[in-house]
Design a binder for this molecule. Sequence first.
Ligand SMILES: C[S@@+](CC[C@H](N)C(=O)[O-])C[C@H]1O[C@@H](n2cnc3c(N)ncnc32)[C@H](O)[C@@H]1O
Length: 210
Amino acid sequence: MRAPPGEIMFPWLRRSYEMETKPIDWAEFFGNENPVELDVGCGRGLYTWKASEANPDINYLGIELDYKTARRAAGKLYKRKIPNARIISGDAREILDKLVVNGSVQAAHVYFPDPWWKKKHKSRRLFTDDFADQLAEVIQLGGLLHSWTDVEDYWEVISSLMEHHPQFETLPPPAEKSPEHDLDYRTSFERKKRQSGETIYRGRWEKIRD
Ligand SMILES: C[S@@+](CC[C@H](N)C(=O)[O-])C[C@H]1O[C@@H](n2cnc3c(N)ncnc32)[C@H](O)[C@@H]1O
């Protein structure tokens, strides 16, 4: 399905640089007081869409750097007029820094962050100690971080960063479940990687200290 033009998908799709550079008031943004979860690097938005339909009392914000991909994610929400999910296109690091109030989200999901395979490009990876600190700021006390990847050396970096982070505690990983249909995956990347037989590393951490 071709995504409709971005302009007509407001308020399901926004570009971060067109937004006021002040922290988002979630109640105003979603029109309710429900808790908020972030899908960081949401890609085509399978998780944002499925999770928001399954949990109508939770608001979901997908954040996606690539505008074309963000349009595809927003298209799924726009088509169904889903009230509790939105996409902002922009760099997650800037959005967390400028637009998300500290301690205002109950969970962040970071699924299959780009691995940047080449050694000289690894510094472009999203999940660094600065990013873990940003997540620690925006997640509320008792809130969760979920992150999955199929890239073993990236998993070692992520799990070690999180295990040693003073504000998080490592929780047991979620059990792997067998998909019942083609959309029964956490994300599009999970589908692609599981269908090609890759191992998926799954992590969950709770914020235990402010
Ligand atoms: C490998 S894809 C995974 C997409 C989705 N989470 C999934 O599991 O299907 C990684 C996504 O993160 C996005 N991304 C990379 N860096 C980002 C950043 N700094 N801010 C927001 N999104 C980013 C990419 O554009 C891409 O869509």
